[in-house]
Design a protein around this ligand. Structure first.
Ligand code: GAL
Length: 642
């Protein structure tokens, strides 16, 4: 069991003259930093020319950390091949859907299917592994960095060949592929494997099955690269944990479930999106996702920001106290490590306007004071490490479904599955109810309520999984345009939603996308979407004013399955969620006023911590279940042990 919360950030000593390093570690100690990520973008330093290695500087940096009792997530530097790589192997640079080959000079400049990239990446990873596997500063391997952040899909000829190999291993015969992709439509039938291409720019709409499989293939290609590096490092150092930082909740190109299954501990990065009205709720979604990806066990926040980032149109600096509230939300939701990009703000380079733990202006700053205060506070919360978060509610999310719905020809382009999942999650956040995210085929035992806000695509086994959950006594709430297609994006016939008609006791004959609000008999309203549905067994709980069902509830085995045929407005959604959470017996961690986040972390022996985070400008009173009222001052955080 860990005895401390990891605290720190990316330390990039290669950006600075060595005289700075001593000051770095002294300030790290002052700030309570016990963990840094090192070497992420150091390939061109470690291998300045092909096959020429120089580890002297990294040796000194690692030794300095060890001497100061600071541990390292040591990276393999494979996220940024040096210029010599692009220069020597231009065919290994990525190509976009329009056929443009991208140049080196940024980062992630490689085709994920390139054999030469893989060879060079494994060689430098091996060198790092051999050299540092027994180093006293080593805590874990940080493999690569944010796989697929910039090169998630490559459309070059090498990728095309790898895509065909992937398709062969999945379909075995061309007949099966033609059937799955529906290639009879628009005369797309393939007569030879060699005719199949990545979905490059075409005159009109791409084939949906081709597009979906290409997304799956592209994600798998990156997972394979991760596995190759991990296996190599595991051979060299079987006991050193391995991770890579996901972008859970923010970036949907890589299948997080597939990556997570290969990690010793899930780590992720999260950045506030300034344009969101309540970015701290988006943060909670990402944190809940990371915890769920790690099977409920404590996870690591590998990166977030102390203040502004540099990649949004307007980069808002954090208000006083926001850094602490953000960090404590991650901690509350199961993180055992709170880390930042990056330790010292860069003087030059593409991210020089990104905030850091140590800002350009130095230590007499709001950021530095908050960074050191947080370090001290986390040291005092060491007892939280290893505790877990229990959730009665799960929201189903699946990357394949998001990818399939991304095809441009949809009944309404306004049905956004990610935003809908986040909107339902936000409604629960406001109700103080902690929820997990779950894969449709994942283990649903242990939940009382399963929400399906927007799962356009579901496999047969995913469909059966939800039905079995309800049969055993669970409660489900399914949103519109869910359970519509099979795993190849082919319509499930006979009335929508084909996957769950029986479970829901409803059949839908036609979709009616909306360009304005729609009124319900209850007085609630919906928007974007409506359906002509018929109850075939379900009880109708609400209708449109025209009389067709808008909200239904079906008894199924020992449980209940609810269905919504419109995208309910926020207020109505909150009321429906209140009804189903009450029906399922899911309750909040504490009574708290609006804008106050409450989450409980517990140890197996019963010790627990209630986190109460006041995101408002008013003092608030929080009442834990079975406890007395506690005041949480405006903008403050209280951690209440029990
Ligand atoms: C992450 C990345 C970091 C840094 C950061 C800036 O995506 O891993 O290297 O670029 O964003 O916000």
């Amino acid at each position: 069991m860990p005895d401390a919360i990891a605290y720190g950030g990316d330390w990039n000593p290669e950006q600075w003259p060595e005289e700075t390093w001593g000051q770095d570690v002294a300030l790290m100690r002052e700030a309570g930093v016990n963990r840094v990520s090192v070497g992420i973008f150091s390939w061109s330093l470690l291998e300045p020319a092909e096959g020429v290695f120089d580890f002297a500087a990294l040796d000194r940096a690692m030794d300095l950390l060890a001497a100061n009792g600071i541990k390292a997530n040591l990276a393999t530097p494979t996220a940024s091949p040096p210029p010599w790589f692009g220069d020597a192997y231009p065919h290994a640079l990525p190509v976009d859907a329009d056929g443009r080959r991208l140049a080196h000079g940024s980062r992630q400049g490689f085709c994920p299917s390139s054999p030469i990239y893989r060879e060079k990446a494994l060689r430098i990873a091996e060198q790092v592994g051999l050299r540092y596997r027994d180093h006293p500063a080593l805590a874990m391997w940080h493999i690569h960095n944010e796989y697929g952040c910039h090169n998630a899909r490559c459309y070059c000829d090498t990728s095309a060949a790898a895509f065909r190999a992937w398709l062969r291993s999945h379909y075995a015969t061309l007949d099966a592929l033609n059937e799955a992709w529906g290639t009879a439509f628009w005369s797309q039938r393939y007569g030879e494997w060699a005719q199949i291409l990545p979905p490059r720019a075409t005159p009109s709409l791409p084939n949906p099955g081709q597009q979906l499989d290409f997304r799956r293939f592209s994600s798998d290609a990156l997972v394979e690269l991760y596995i190759a590096e991990r296996d190599l490092l595991k051979q060299l150092a079987p006991d050193v944990p391995a991770t890579t930082n996901l972008m859970a909740g923010a970036h949907w190109d890589m299948d997080c479930w597939a990556f997570a299954a290969e990690m010793d501990v899930v780590s992720t990065d999260h950045y506030l999106i300034g344009a969101r009205p309540e970015p701290h709720i988006d943060l909670a979604f990402a944190a809940d996702y990371a915890r769920s990806l790690n099977g409920g066990r404590p996870w690591l926040l590998m990166e977030h920001s102390t203040s502004a980032v540099n990649w949004q149109p307007r980069n808002r600096a954090k208000a006083p106290g926001e850094l602490r509230r953000n960090s404590m939300s991650h901690l509350a939701r199961g993180a055992d490590g709170i880390m930042f990009f990056q330790w010292r703000a860069s003087r030059a380079g593409a991210e020089k306007w990104h905030s850091a733990m140590l800002p350009h202006a130095g230590t007499n700053t709001k950021i530095w004071r908050e960074v050191t205060a947080l370090g001290a506070e986390l040291a005092g919360l060491a007892g939280v490490a290893g505790s877990t978060v229990h959730a009665d509610v799960a929201i189903l999310v699946d990357h394949s479904s998001v990818w399939a719905q991304d095809h441009p020809a949809q009944p309404s382009s306004e049905m956004d599955p990610v935003e809908e999942a986040k909107r339902w999650h936000a409604a629960l956040w406001r109700a103080g109810i902690t929820c997990d995210l779950a894969h449709p085929e994942g283990d649903l035992t242990g939940y009382r309520l399963v929400l399906v806000p927007a799962l356009y695509l579901v496999s047969d086994s995913g469909a059966a999984n939800l039905a079995a959950f309800v049969r055993r006594g669970g409660v489900a709430l399914v949103g519109p345009y869910s359970g519509i297609v099979d795993e190849h994006d082919r319509v499930r016939l006979g009335g929508y939603p084909g996957a769950w008609r029986d479970l829901l006791g409803v059949t839908v004959e036609e979709f009616f996308p909306l360009d304005g609000p729609i009124e319900l008999a209850s007085g609630w309203s919906g928007s974007v979407w409506s359906e002509v549905a018929h109850a075939t067994g379900a009880k109708v709980l609400d209708t449109y004013v025209t009389g067709e069902p808008a909200w239904t509830r079906n008894e199924w085995g020992d449980g209940f399955a609810h269905y919504l045929t419109t995208r309910l407005d926020d207020g109505a959604l909150a009321e429906v969620l209140a009804a189903v959470t009450a029906e399922a017996g899911a309750s909040p961690a504490a009574e708290a006023p609006a804008g106050v986040e409450v989450v409980r972390r517990s140890h197996a022996d019963g010790r627990s911590y209630l986190f109460a985070i006041n995101h408002t400008g008013e003092d608030a009173v929080v009442t834990p279940r079975g406890g007395g009222p506690v005041t949480v001052a405006a903008g403050d955080v209280r951690v209440i042990p029990a």
